[in-house]
Design a protein around this ligand. Sequence first.
Ligand SMILES: Cc1ncc(C[n+]2csc(CCOP(=O)(O)OP(=O)(O)O)c2C)c(N)n1
Ligand SMILES: [Mg+2]
Length: 546
Amino acid sequence: MAAQTVADYLLQQLQAAGVDHVFGVPGDYVLGFYDKLAASPLRHIGTTREDTAAFAADGYARCRGIGAVAVTYGVGALNVVNAIAGAHAESSPVVVISGAPGVAEQRKDPLIHHRFGPFSFQREIFDRITCASAILDDPLTAFRDIDRCLQSARQCSKPVYLELPRDQLDVEGFPIPVPAAIHQDSDPGALTEAIDETLRRLHAAAMPVILAGVEIHRRGLQDSLSRLVLNACIPVAATLTGKSVVGERHAAYLGVYEGAMGSDFTRERVEGADVLLMLGATVNDVDTGIFTAQLDPARLIHASQDQVTIGHHRYADVYLRDFLAALRDSVSRHACAWPAGAALPELPTAVAGKPMTIARLITSLNRVLTPDMSVVCDVGDCLFAALDLRVHERTHFLASAYYTSMGFAVPAALGAQVAVPALRPLILVGDGAFQMTGTELSTFTRLGLDPVVIVFNNHGYSTERFILEGPFNDIAEWRFERIGELVGPVNGYRAATEDEFEQALGDALQTTGRPSLVNVQLQTADASPAMRRLARHLGRQVHGQP
Ligand SMILES: Cc1ncc(C[n+]2csc(CCOP(=O)(O)OP(=O)(O)O)c2C)c(N)n1
Ligand SMILES: [Mg+2]
């Protein structure tokens, strides 16, 4: 067996796991690693900040199954904490590689730059927001640690942290890779009983519905789900965090269920189902429309990542993958027809001079979306508006829908387009969120990538206005359409009216090879249909106090 260096082995194993690009900003503690990265088959994608690099790695991981970010010690690593906490909360497997002072340098406990406490602090922080971590400071354990962490990232679909002291890059050792068991096996007895009970309940049901959630995407189970839907002929809705786990233009699709925020059509079907088969769906405040969901536990079959609950029966150690596969293969075809009535609304002809609205914006985007576009959405009313978008293909919708960190969309779309260049991102982002990370468009222009950015410019923090109005929700008015002058070339448009928007959107879609941005001027009081539905349900105005 040949000896290998720690850095070479890390790069080799990253590539073997599916990483072809590493995002990040260099710094002296990680420069040696960057040098090796540049000489390797992997490609470094430089970003304007470390947090955007981590968001990009998250977007990449959601498309490829794993992503990576490499940063310097302290200043760089601490800059990715929010994005990595988000990847942890949203189950996205990002490998964080941080350079660090060398083992020999650390020995005398010196005061050196970027240090912010004991040398162990940084790892302790990342330990809490990753599923595995290691400091690669010993060649006897480093190779095993690399394998263990990469395996954990894929097994748990969560971020992992690898700290690489800068004098350890060229340390040699003898790796003994063990084939990684990515999946755990279900308890066969529990699986059989869970399937039997599920089949009995489905057989007796007149109007069963499937509610599919985010775990289907994170565990790569979309094929099994589609086959189950078609084999059983059961219509399917998705949660917001699971949006697009099924193609949204199929006749079986009911829309996004989000309690009172989702459409009445979707809500009636899901809440009216006599058996609701929840597959990989999470019960958080976002997916339940701020807990306005009304789901009768007696009618629920809930398969989460590692257990199935049917009424009051709980089957432990039954994994979603096995449950779905067994159900898909044993279910008998239901006698139901696909639902009627979920057709896309017509787009009335644009009226010159008529102010643009969010409702029209979504109707208009629904008409131009094609199967070769993904939608990457930020937090704010654009996320609620996106409920009513119908993306074509599976997993073509990415958002920080649960952790809801502003600033996700532009950099995550960078990661998504680097991961899958054939998919053109449509980025939906509020004016506030764009002010946080929109300058990352610079990296798109540098790489000749061509997202279409729609800025929902409602002049401030509308989502916060909904909760509590105040001067703190006002922000500076930026001329977003002129961002190309700073980070160029970007085709920028300002659209206040229906005709201006149609014209700008048409032009943007025609332009390839560079980003396009439409600064859509919206009334401050405008709100997405979903936000209006929630307000109606809560019996209050869209903006301001009840
Ligand atoms: C990083 C971060 N900071 C603060 C918040 C709290 N927050 C949620 S929505 C929102 C306003 C977003 O403004 P904008 O992007 O303009 O979207 P809008 O709500 O106006 O549609 C804020 C400040 C957050 N989610 N993330
Ligand atoms: Mg706004």
